[in-house]
Design a protein around this ligand. Structure first.
Ligand code: KG4
Ligand code: ZN
Length: 392
């Protein structure tokens, strides 16, 4: 079964086309266009610019993806479009006249491709960004009568971590044992999600203020590192470890909420502590930055590990899924993998996403959307994106 998925929740425009059979799949096309260079100078994602870029890039990306998957067939003659269809498309594309014209072009000039459904991210994320991908999916559903499957971006991150490559372009998604636990760490989220069953979730812990990725990015900015600072903070901390080993005691920064009974987190105090130390230091040498980033990473991993272990013990979990952009972090990957050797966790298995699938991509939306479609568990007639959509 071939499906086409769309992701535009933040600063990446992505489309993938995937061929599924049971829990196995191969990738026919998987392209992610990133806007990082555009947002860098603003120190973060600038929503109006993100929207402009999504609008500009999505149709050429759609055609390129279909072509790559050998699903783009130009019609011999232009197909007639009636007034009702034009009116309906105009309504869907009320705020995107550029792609309104492109959707008419798509209908008039191309044959309907053999696609079973169109999974698309409808939240959480920046609503200004989400709308572009979502409305394109709605138009495809309308003109070609291919069902749109609205997908939660965070569920995508969970599936992203489960991708197992068996051989060249042959992948599979293992079935978890339920309940499982997922720790999702990204620019906008830090949450412990109990996976009660396939496609059934309960958030059992979350940040009360900043997300981990946000703390990384804000701390990076205090050290003069441009957005997104996470990877650079990580590099500086690794510099420190290479020089001094990884067992150096780190006690400069607080571990917010480390000892609270619940499974929640807080990272804004950590950022403030970084600010205080950075302000006191006149000459911010590389050595100073490396040390502070090491201290920062140790504080972050202490808190994330402690609360995750607490959740694993509480819910008697056998499999842990680490996901989201921050799961690209080398230190966290090492520290979480070490949990597999802890005898008191009884042979816990830890799933880490392949590095190339840690960031936002459309493949993860295709996988989540495929399982939702196959099980007929997706919202129908959705006409709106939901910026603060929650997993449930
Ligand atoms: O999931 P993601 O790509 O986008 C959101 O949905 O938010 O996550 C982006 C976040 C950013 O805050 C970025 O700085 C962080 O992931 N990040 C990292 C690393 N790579 C990306 N943080 C720490 N270490 C990294 N290697
Ligand atoms: Zn994400």
């Amino acid at each position: 079964m071939k499906i086409l998925s769309i992701e535009s929740s933040c600063d990446e425009t992505a489309i993938s086309i995937v061929d599924f059979s049971g829990r196995n799949f191969s990738i026919l096309s998987d392209i992610t266009l990133t806007q990082i260079d555009i947002h860098k100078k603003y120190g973060g994602v600038y929503p109006a610019l993100a929207k402009r870029e999504h609008i500009k890039n999505i149709y050429p990306l759609l055609l390129e993806s279909l072509k790559k998957a050998k699903l783009l067939k130009k019609r011999k003659s232009i197909k007639k479009i009636d007034d009702k269809m034009i009116k309906d498309l105009e309504k869907i594309m009320e705020h995107d006249s550029h792609n309104f014209r492109n959707m008419i072009d798509l209908y008039q000039n191309y044959e309907k491709p053999n696609l079973k459904c169109i999974p698309v991210t409808y939240g959480p994320g920046l609503e200004m960004s989400l709308w572009t991908g979502f409305n394109i999916a709605r138009c495809i559903e309308y003109i070609w009568n291919i069902p749109m499957v609205p997908v939660n971006h965070m569920e995508g991150h969970i599936y992203s971590s489960l991708i197992v490559e068996k051989s060249k372009n042959k992948f599979t998604i293992p079935k978890l044992s339920y309940p499982s636990m997922s720790l999702l760490i990204s620019g906008g989220h830090t949450e412990l999600v109990l996976i009660k069953d396939e496609l059934k979730y309960k958030i059992v812990g979350q940040t009360l203020d900043d997300a981990v990725g946000e703390a990384y990015d804000k701390s990076a900015r205090l050290l003069g590192v441009p957005y997104p600072g996470g990877p650079v903070v990580s590099k500086y901390a690794e510099n420190f470890r290479e020089k001094n080993g990884s067992d150096v005691e780190a006690d400069l920064l607080p571990r917010p909420m480390l000892h609270t009974k619940d499974l929640n987190f807080s990272f804004s105090g950590l950022k403030t502590a970084v600010l205080t130390i950075a302000n006191k230091q006149k000459r911010k040498t590389q050595k100073f930055k490396d040390t502070l980033c090491y201290e920062f990473e140790e504080a972050v991993s202490d808190v994330l590990i402690k609360k995750t272990v607490k959740a694993i013990e509480k819910y008697k979990i056998k499999e842990l899924v680490l996901g989201g952009g921050v799961s690209a972090n080398d230190n966290l990957r090492r520290e979480f993998k070490k949990l597999e050797d802890k005898s008191h966790l009884n042979g816990l298995k830890v799933y880490l996403p392949a590095k190339k699938y840690t960031g936002d991509n459309a493949l993860m939306i295709a996988i989540a959307g495929y399982f939702r479609f196959k099980n007929d568990k997706y919202p129908k007639n959705t006409k709106k994106v939901v910026g603060n959509l929650k997993l449930k």
